[in-house]
Design a protein around this ligand. Structure first.
Ligand code: SF4
Length: 359
């Protein structure tokens, strides 16, 4: 009977498993390379492993990869993958090309518990966490489907779910992706986007392998954020920004603050000035995301003039700011915020991708 999913094991776990089966540990590196560097998941194709070992492995393990249900390609090359997990749940992963780097936007949960007021995924509630293997598996699918095993890419954890609400699996996935026997993804190429689950954020600050940080801020006062991002009632704006001030940001790097702009809610001149005041003392850049209206979302998009004025106020005070711009036909993408996208807009992940390093 098949038992363990080999794709869930990091290299150390794989070594232990092989040893406990009576096989030399060094085969673990070969196996890890096959699965994570070459995206090969059929033991029969692992030709540098002996026939007996392959048979033994095939009897003890399965190797699970999310299955592609649907692929949609937009005119700008953004490609959304609808993926089915082994238990039948669906998630989305998105490939965002040339922004200027190639970027994978990954999901970390099925649904999301955070219930942000402007987000359709939040309305789904949380169904379950993804495992580390399922997070890494999204990369395996995308590299295979897009023939990108030899290419460099950035990763944004900005699909379905709140990454810090699934801390252990997310960090294990990042370590597995970083492993030199796998894809060796540099953490500088990974950005984790969070609403601010504070204990997890404090823990992240101590990680040896640390991704770039993006904070979904969306408000400039406690009351405003309580209404838009309910976790603020537990971990308030002030505490969140204090944690950002303490967060170890490397030289020449900054924390990205995402700000969904909602007409007559958080888009005033005073909000813009308040945002700059809040970010005082933080190495910050701001990513303004004018809302794309959707059925079921009780907010409206501000006018372009309002957005531009807001951006100018922020920029004039010395904070780097970017605004999601309209561009050619697009597809809906992964995060609940993303699936509300109209056909004419860049997704938040596309916008964030454009701000990431390319080398
Ligand atoms: S915006 Fe992100 S964190 Fe908030 S409910 Fe949607 S998926 Fe969850």
């Amino acid at each position: 009977m098949y038992s363990h999913d080999l794709a869930e094991l990091d290299l150390a776990e794989l070594e232990q498993s092989l040893e406990s089966m009576g096989h030399p540990r060094f085969h673990a590196r070969q196996l890890y390379q096959w699965v994570h560097k070459r995206a090969v998941t059929d033991f029969a194709e692992m030709t540098d492993l002996g026939r007996e070992l392959r048979a033994s492995l095939a009897g003890a393990f399965r190797i699970v990869t999310p299955e592609v249900v649907r692929k949609e390609i937009s005119s700008d090359g953004t490609t959304k993958f609808l993926l089915r997990l082994e238990d039948g749940h669906l998630i989305e992963s998105v490939f965002i090309p040339d922004t200027p780097a190639n970027t994978f936007c990954l999901s970390t949960q099925v649904g999301c518990a955070m219930k942000c007021g402007f987000c359709l995924t939040g309305k789904m509630g949380i169904i379950r966490n993804l495992t580390a293997g399922e997070i890494v598996g999204q990369v395996r699918v995308l590299t295979r489907e897009l023939s990108m095993l030899q290419s460099r890419f950035n990763i944004v954890l900005m699909g379905m779910g709140e990454p810090l609400h699934n801390y252990d699996a997310v960090m294990k996935a990042l370590r597995m992706l970083n492993d030199e026997h796998g894809l060796a993804v540099n953490p500088r190429r990974v950005t984790l986007s969070t609403v601010g689950v504070l204990p997890a954020l404090e823990r992240l600050a101590t990680e040896p392998l640390m991704p770039n940080l993006a904070i979904s801020l969306h408000a400039t006062t406690e009351d405003q954020r309580d209404a838009l991002v309910p976790i603020n009632r537990k971990y308030g704006l002030k505490e969140l920004l204090d944690a950002c001030r303490r967060f170890p940001v490397k030289r020449r790097e900054r924390i990205t603050f995402e700000y969904v702009m909602l007409k007559d809610v958080n888009d005033t001149d005073e909000d813009a000035r308040g945002l700059v005041r809040l970010l005082n003392g933080i190495k910050a850049k701001v990513n303004l995301l004018p809302l794309n209206e959707a059925a079921g979302i009780p907010y409206e998009r501000p006018s372009d003039a309002r957005v531009n004025r807001f951006a100018k106020i922020v920029a004039d005070r010395g904070v780097t700011v970017s605004v999601r711009k309209s561009r050619g036909r697009d597809i809906r993408a992964a995060c609940g915020q993303l699936i509300t996208e109209s056909a004419r807009q860049k997704t938040p992940a596309q916008q964030l991708a454009a701000m990431l390093p390319i080398s």
